[in-house]
Ligand binder design. Structure first.
Ligand code: ADP
Ligand code: MG
Length: 330
C-alpha cells in the first residue's frame, strides 16, 4: 500500500497566500474562471438532478450515510457540510447529524448559539439529560430532538458535553444500536448524513452502525493511504451490528496535484481501491476557500457559488448519488 514513497516526495506546503488572494477575488474572477467550464458545469448539474430523481423514483426510503474515517483532518466534516448542502439545494430533504463533541459541523454551518445536551444526539442514545438518574421510564421511546434549520437543511447539533456518551453508552445493553434505531424512526427525510469524531470510540461506532452505507473521505496522500486498511477492517467489524453495511464511495479530498506525492497517491488509491467501492473525482486542495467558508459559517457552494470548488462538490455529490443507485461489496 505504501508503494515506495521516497523521502524527497514529501508534500510541499500549499501556497496559502496565493489561495487566499484567489478566494477573496472569487467574485470578480468567477466569470473568467468558469467561462469555458460553464457548459460542462451545467451539464453536470443537470445530470446530478436526474440522478437524484432516479434514486427517488425507485421508491428508496431515507438513505442514512455516515462519513467515516478514524483519522482526523481528512475532510469528513467538510464533505458532510458541502454534500449535505448540495443535496438540500437540489430539493432533497436532508438531516445532518453532528456526532463529534468538537462540534465542527455545528460551527461551520454557522450555528453560534449555546447548544444544550437535549438538542444533541444525547436524548436518542442515553435519555433525557434533565431527568435524574434512575427515574427514567424504561418504556419511554428515545428520540432525536427537534433539529435546527440551517442553509436549507436540518441539523442536530453537537456540543463538547456529548463526549460523555462515550462512557455512558458502555453500561447500556446493545447501546451501540440506539442511534440506528432513532434514525430509523425518522420520517420526512431523503438523506441523513452523520459526521462522527476522528476516533474508533463509541460515538464512531454509534454513527457507523446507524448507517445504510459508509462514505469514506480520503486525502490523496500518505495519511490517506496509511488509514485505508483500518477503515476497511472497521467497516467489516461494524457489519456485525449492521449486516447490510457497505462502502458507497471513497471521496478523495485535499488533493494537491502540484505535488508528485499526491499524484502518486491518487494513482495507488485508484488502482487499489476500485475493487472495494467506487472512487470520486478528487476534491482539490483549496485552503483559502475552506478556511474562509468555515469562518463565515457557510458551506463552500454558498461561500463561492460558481467557483471551481463549488463545481467539484457538485460533481462529487452526483457521483455519490450515482454510487447509491448501484451495488458494491465494500
Ligand atoms: N479540499 C480542501 N482543501 C483545503 N483544505 C481542506 C479541504 N477539505 C478540508 N480542508 C481542511 O482540512 C481540515 C480538516 O477538515 P475536516 O473537514 O475538519 O476533517 P475531519 O472532519 O476529517 O477532521 C479543515 O481545516 C478543512 O478546512
Ligand atoms: Mg470532523
Amino acid at each position: 500500500m505504501r508503494a515506495g514513497f521516497r523521502e524527497d516526495d514529501a508534500v510541499e506546503s500549499p501556497r496559502c497566500d496565493d489561495e487566499h488572494a484567489a478566494s477573496h477575488a472569487w467574485r470578480d474572477a468567477a466569470e473568467a474562471r468558469v467561462a469555458g467550464g460553464r457548459h460542462r458545469s451545467e451539464r453536470q448539474r443537470r445530470r446530478a438532478f436526474e440522478l437524484v430523481r432516479e434514486v427517488r423514483s425507485e421508491g428508496v426510503p431515507v438513505t442514512v450515510l455516515t462519513f467515516f474515517n478514524h483519522a482526523g483532518g481528512v475532510a469528513k466534516t467538510s464533505t458532510v457540510r458541502d454534500i449535505g448542502y448540495v443535496l438540500g439545494e437540489m430539493g432533497k430533504r436532508v438531516l445532518l447529524i453532528d456526532v463529534d463533541p468538537q462540534a465542527n459541523l455545528t460551527k461551520w454551518m454557522g450555528v453560534e448559539d449555546d447548544i444544550a445536551l437535549s438538542q444533541t444526539i444525547y436524548p436518542a442514545v442515553i435519555g433525557d439529560p434533565d431527568m435524574e438518574e434512575g427515574t427514567e421510564d424504561a418504556d419511554v421511546e428515545l428520540t432525536l430532538p427537534e433539529p435546527l434549520h440551517v442553509h436549507g437543511v436540518d441539523l442536530i447539533p453537537s456540543h463538547l458535553n456529548v463526549a460523555i456518551v462515550e462512557r455512558e453508552i458502555l453500561s447500556i445493553f446493545m447501546g451501540v444500536m440506539r442511534l440506528r434505531e432513532a434514525v430509523r424512526r425518522l420520517e420526512g427525510y431523503d438523506f441523513v448524513l452523520l459526521d462522527p469524531p476522528p476516533s474508533l470510540g463509541q460515538l464512531s461506532a454509534l454513527a457507523v452502525v446507524a448507517a445504510d452505507r459508509v462514505v469514506v473521505p480520503l486525502p490523496t496522500n500518505r495519511k490517506g493511504l496509511d488509514g485505508i486498511p483500518t477503515v476497511i477492517k472497521m467497516v467489516r467489524e461494524y457489519r456485525k451490528a449492521a449486516r447490510e453495511l457497505s462502502i458507497a464511495l471513497f471521496v478523495l479530498t485535499q488533493h494537491d496535484r502540484r505535488t508528485r506525492h499526491d499524484r502518486e497517491s491518487l494513482e495507488i488509491i485508484q488502482s487499489q481501491l476500485k475493487a472495494f467501492a467506487p472512487i470520486s473525482t478528487p476534491l482539490n486542495s483549496r485552503p483559502a476557500y475552506y478556511s474562509d467558508a468555515q469562518v463565515e459559517g457557510v458551506p463552500i457552494p454558498l461561500y463561492a457559488p460558481g467557483s471551481i470548488a463549488d463545481e467539484e462538490i457538485r460533481v462529487v455529490t452526483a457521483e455519490l448519488v450515482a454510487a447509491l443507485g448501484g451495488s458494491d461489496d465494500g
